[in-house]
Design a protein around this ligand. Structure first.
Ligand SMILES: Cc1ncc(COP(=O)(O)O)c(C=O)c1O
Length: 398
């Protein structure tokens, strides 16, 4: 039998794909970072520090590599790191997690959230997200075959609207994703909010995915209200954090999840065949570094000073500053700027600001499924003071 020639054009072709995520394109973060690079703008768009981490952390990772910690670690993470995380959670939030069965080290919070969703969401299950929300949640739910239920935070204040959340809960609701401190708005959930959520979920079987990646960036003496502080929430929560945010190493992509053992058992079934394990020497380095709590306990003062520098520089502009209670983001309302800028959509305003003023920001509309436009844009102040000064010089004329 003669085999057909593979040189004919129909024999060599890439089969047509039906996208699992037809709505997903290039993210606004990539678009704005590329535009900032092309135009030489100061990039206050994408959320990452432009300064380096503590050299001692790099030494600790180097030491771990030289000490031979270069092969697969245990699937759930290096035990010493899990124990250090458990100690921190107990000290700060008063909840005792078992390092063996209730904590898993992940490839950043992004993998943690996807894995949690894949572990618990069955096709047709509903998952509530509070908009504006971080851009990975919705595609993650869709990949699991879940149904996204969007509930807006209160317009203007970005506080939770518990009547709307209660109205969105149905017998099919599998989980709700909460993010405090909140990206993009910089709001922080208060004790009353957490008690309200706890009471609302108590009679249900709804799980909580608590995205707490900015847990150490809460300002003005407020506490971080972790779901771990509330027994009724902790009993149903995947609590997610990110070393990338806490230690200025977003490119390392290491984070963790804490959850009750039965939830963690399901999480690990997916984790095991998703990444299996996470970078060994970095886990050892992070464990050594984290033994000293000072770096994360000092983070609020460090970032509050940057926030204040940025806000003081903006005081004489016509931007309306929204409160920034936490995270490293400052949102600005541009609806009182001059015409025509103030009439631009958020996306067009960000393009204009990058090209004409030389500062890149992110439109809040990017965090809504329907592109809701409220003339508010997000700036990241996790930058060297000199970078912030340069941005402020450029923004001063507005
Ligand atoms: C709210 C929120 N969740 C999760 C992440 C992802 O964190 P990681 O870089 O650890 O994957 C980010 C990063 O910007 C974020 O802002």
């Amino acid at each position: 039998m003669t085999l057909p020639s593979t040189s004919s054009s129909d024999a060599v072709h890439t089969p047509q794909l039906q996208s699992r995520l037809p709505q997903v394109g290039t993210t606004i973060f990539t678009v704005m970072s590329a535009l900032a690079a092309e135009t030489g703008a100061v990039n206050l768009g994408q959320g990452f520090p432009d300064f380096d981490c503590d050299p001692q952390l790099i030494d600790a990772v180097n030491d771990a590599m030289r000490a031979g910690h270069n092969q697969y670690p245990p699937m759930a993470g290096v035990p010493v790191l899990r124990e250090t995380i458990a100690r921190k959670l107990e000290t700060l939030y008063g909840h005792s997690y078992n390092a063996g069965s209730e904590i898993t080290v992940t490839a950043g919070a992004t993998q943690a959230i996807l894995t949690a969703i894949l572990a618990v969401v069955h096709p047709g299950d509903e998952v509530i997200v509070l908009e504006p929300c971080y851009d990975s949640y919705v595609p993650n739910i869709e990949l699991a075959g879940g149904v996204v239920v969007r509930v807006p935070l209160k317009p203007g204040t970005f506080r939770p609207d518990f009547n709307k959340i209660a109205g969105a809960i149905t017998p099919r609701t599998r989980a709700i994703i909460v993010n405090s401190p909140h990206n993009p708005s910089g709001t922080v959930w208060k004790r009353d909010d957490m008690l309200h959520l706890q009471a609302l979920l108590a009679p249900t079987d709804v799980l909580l995915i608590s995205d707490e990646v900015y847990e150490h960036m809460v300002y003005d003496g407020q506490p971080h209200e972790s779901a771990a502080c509330y027994p009724g929430l902790a009993a149903r929560a995947f609590i997610v954090s990110s070393f990338g945010k806490t230690y200025h190493v977003t490119g390392w992509k290491v984070g963790y999840v804490a959850a009750p053992a039965p939830m963690m058992a399901e999480f690990r079934k997916v984790h095991q065949f998703n990444v299996f394990t996470v970078n060994t020497p970095m886990q050892h380095g992070l464990a050594a570094h984290m033994a000293n709590p000072a770096p994360y306990l000092e983070l609020p003062a460090f970032y509050a000073a940057k926030r204040d520098l940025f806000r003081q520089g903006l005081a004489s502009t016509r931007f309306k500053m929204l409160p920034s209670e936490g995270t490293y983001f400052q949102c600005l309302d541009y609806s009182e700027l001059a015409v025509p800028e103030r009439n631009l959509s958020e996306t067009d305003f960000c393009q204009w600001l990058t090209r004409e003023v030389g500062v890149a920001a992110i439109p809040l509309s990017a965090f809504y499924g329907n592109g809701f436009d409220q003339h508010v844009v997000r700036f990241c102040f996790a930058k060297k003071d000199s970078t912030l000064q340069l941005a402020l010089e450029r923004l001063a004329r507005l």
